[in-house]
Design a protein around this ligand. Structure first.
Ligand code: MG
Ligand code: MG
Ligand code: MG
Length: 304
């Protein structure tokens, strides 16, 4: 039904009309069974939905609007047709919620577990895009929402729990599309990234690309009340810093715009917390006693 889709599934390629003054964004995420998901903990429907949601989060990180998706799935013999349909149902429900058109894809058998690869195209107004390389010393660092919930939820799933806020945060991430658009439209951010691998790692990406350092304060890290009271192996801060899969936004703000961000927060336009500041170099974590230590990029690494 989307009029900008000129050719959809069925031809050699899809064709979409790219409008004037807009930038095309493209991202892809490959989810592999045993690496990114475990079918003991996630339903087929949730898996389909999450495969698309994590891509939408990357479009959000650029302050773009998600538009078109291509879905590639490799399916092992043990997956039933009804289960495959559930994956597609999860994808389609999410696609319609975010007004994404599915315009193509591919399917294949697999001898090594289930794999889902979604390529997502999005658009942004030229000049509205927020990259990773614009942070400057003195900028304040903000994050949306709360951190650590998703990885704590995964641990609870592994411990046999099946329900609750943290588990929900793991199974169903919320890409911050509206928040990102609001931040970008008002030119509030100098850089932005979605927190997919944990703040420790993703802040490192910002610092590397912007050639700056950062200091963040332990007592400022936003933690949900559910994470604080959950019975887990490690302390809440560890999940928040290195857990990953929160899909919140981390963004940096020039001093003169910090007041505007606080205004937006108080008017409920944005849920965000200031966690630190960009410096010239080195990435430091200041604990509750005021002691500093280097914050190493110890987030989720698929190859470890
Ligand atoms: Mg990606
Ligand atoms: Mg990302
Ligand atoms: Mg990603």
């Amino acid at each position: 039904s989307d009029k900008s889709v000129l050719i959809s599934i069925g031809d050699d390629t899809a064709a979409v009309k790219v409008s004037k003054g807009k930038t095309l964004l493209a991202t892809t995420d490959l989810l592999t069974e045993g690496i990114h998901f475990d079918l003991r903990y996630i339903s087929f429907f949730q898996l389909g939905a999450k495969a698309l949601l994590v891509n939408i989060s990357d479009i959000a990180a650029m302050a773009g609007i998600p538009r078109y998706a291509l879905i590639a799935i490799a399916v092992p013999d043990n997956i039933k047709i009804e289960e495959l349909n559930e994956i597609y149902r999860g994808i389609k429900k999410t696609a319609s919620a975010y007004k994404v058109s599915i315009i193509g894809g591919d399917t294949s058998g697999s001898k090594n577990g289930l794999m889902i690869n979604i390529t997502l195209l999005g658009e942004a107004k030229q000049g509205n895009i927020v990259k990773r390389d614009g942070a400057k010393p003195g900028d304040k660092i903000f994050v949306t929402g709360t951190l650590g919930d998703s990885s704590a939820g995964l641990e609870l799933l592994k411990n046999g729990k099946r329900k609750g806020f943290l588990i929900n945060r793991h199974l169903r991430p919320t890409p911050r599309i509206k928040e990102a658009y609001f931040i970008a439209k008002n030119r509030f951010a100098t850089s932005m990234i979605d927190v997919s691998d944990g703040v420790a790692t993703d802040l490192n990406h910002i610092c590397e690309q912007s050639r700056v350092g950062a200091v963040i304060f332990e007592d400022k890290i936003p933690l949900s009340k559910e994470l604080k009271k959950a019975e887990l192996k490690k302390g809440p801060l560890e999940y928040a810093l290195s857990g990953g899969e929160d899909y919140e936004l981390l963004f940096t703000v020039k001093r003169k715009n910090v007041k505007n961000i606080y205004d937006a927060i108080s008017r409920n336009r944005l849920s965000a917390t200031m966690i630190g500041e960009i410096t010239k170099k080195g990435i430091l974590l200041v604990d509750r006693e005021g002691m500093q230590r280097p914050l190493l990029p110890t987030g989720f690494n698929h190859f470890k």
